[in-house]
Design a binder for this molecule. Structure first.
Ligand SMILES: [Zn+2]
Length: 322
């Protein structure tokens, strides 16, 4: 175990105590394993005329999925550990035999705060769902469950997105999440190139025009063409997030997963590790992470498209071969 693990989950002293009293896992993750990395959007919910259900409401799905994952013998581990393992920087012997990682995209406030939804009724925040699962499930390791929340950095981009969608996207909860032991904050770019941002706006915090690649936004990093755009979307965004959380967000998730090998942004990530300080980046693709995954395009499974019901989640878990 290195210092890096500790700072990513709990304050060091608490972690040392927790490790000392925690039983060692009887088995280890095979280094040839495939690992499901799941992602959810807390703002995904039913709407008028569409009853709120597992298939259309992330909070309903996540709460059931934690139980399904546990019943199948899997442990939810920090995403950072899976990134380390996939890169060969962590041995499977430091992980349970069957593992899943969970991530959240876009950083809408419902990751952290409950939602009085107009059609679904009260929806639990992802934080509450993780907390309640931990409190009600005996025998979980000290680090589990845990999730990575990929947030949009630019306050101006978040303001414009909130104005267009009605969804709150503040950053006042990031520091508390970062130190919660439940959710860590990572980088989902400066502005997501978000298509709700139709005009051009100056962001004094990030010192850039938003959208970075020009108005209107198109939610498409494949239109990126310059080093300056990539630097702003990844490095300036990370610096802003660090200013809020105190930790450099060293995982990145491409908006809509668009960071495939061969794209400008993917090539830039490969060639500029010393500038962006990012251990791994995540695409979509509905596939497993393994040690053969591209470092800067590790796949994830997205709810609800990849699993609209618990049976298809069970298929994903079993299909990993763990
Ligand atoms: Zn997104």
């Amino acid at each position: 175990m290195t210092w890096k693990h500790f700072k990513h989950v709990l304050p060091a002293a608490a972690s040392l105590i927790a490790i000392a009293i925690a039983p060692m896992p009887a088995q280890a993750l095979s280094n040839t394993a495939q690992v499901p990395v799941l992602y959810y959007h807390s703002h995904q919910a039913g709407e008028a005329g569409a009853p709120c259900s597992y298939a259309n409401t992330a909070a309903i799905a996540l709460e059931q999925d934690l139980r399904t994952i546990h019943a199948a013998g899997f442990t939810v581990v920090p995403l950072y550990w899976i990134a380390e393992w996939a890169r060969g920087l962590r041995d499977g012997s430091t992980l349970p035999a069957k593992v899943v990682a969970i991530s959240f995209d876009d950083g809408v406030d419902y990751d952290w705060f409950d939602w009085a939804h107009p059609y679904c009724g009260p929806l639990k925040s992802f934080r509450r769902i993780l907390q309640e699962f931990k409190a009600s499930t005996p025998g979980l390791p000290w680090y589990s469950p845990h999730a990575a929340s990929f947030v949009i950095a630019s306050p101006v981009a978040r303001r414009e997105m909130s104005y267009a969608t009605g969804l709150p996207m503040s950053d006042g909860w990031w520091a508390e999440a970062q130190s919660s032991g439940l959710i860590e904050i990572y980088n989902h770019s400066a502005d997501h190139d978000n298509s709700h941002i139709t005009g051009s706006f100056w962001d004094g915090d990030l010192q850039t025009w938003i959208p970075v690649m020009g108005a209107p936004g198109m939610d498409n990093f494949y239109r990126m063409t310059t080093d300056a755009q990539a630097y702003t979307e990844v490095v300036s965004a990370a610096a802003f997030i660090r200013g809020r959380t105190g930790a450099w967000p060293d995982l990145f998730a491409y908006p809509n997963g668009r960071g495939a090998p061969g794209s400008y942004i993917h090539t830039w990530m490969l060639g500029n590790a010393n500038r962006h300080g990012t251990l791994a980046a995540f695409c979509g693709d509905d596939a497993y992470v393994s040690r053969n995954s591209p470092q800067y395009c590790m796949p994830r499974f997205g709810h609800p498209s990849a699993w609209p019901n618990i049976w298809s989640l069970q298929t994903i878990l079993l299909g990993s071969g763990q």
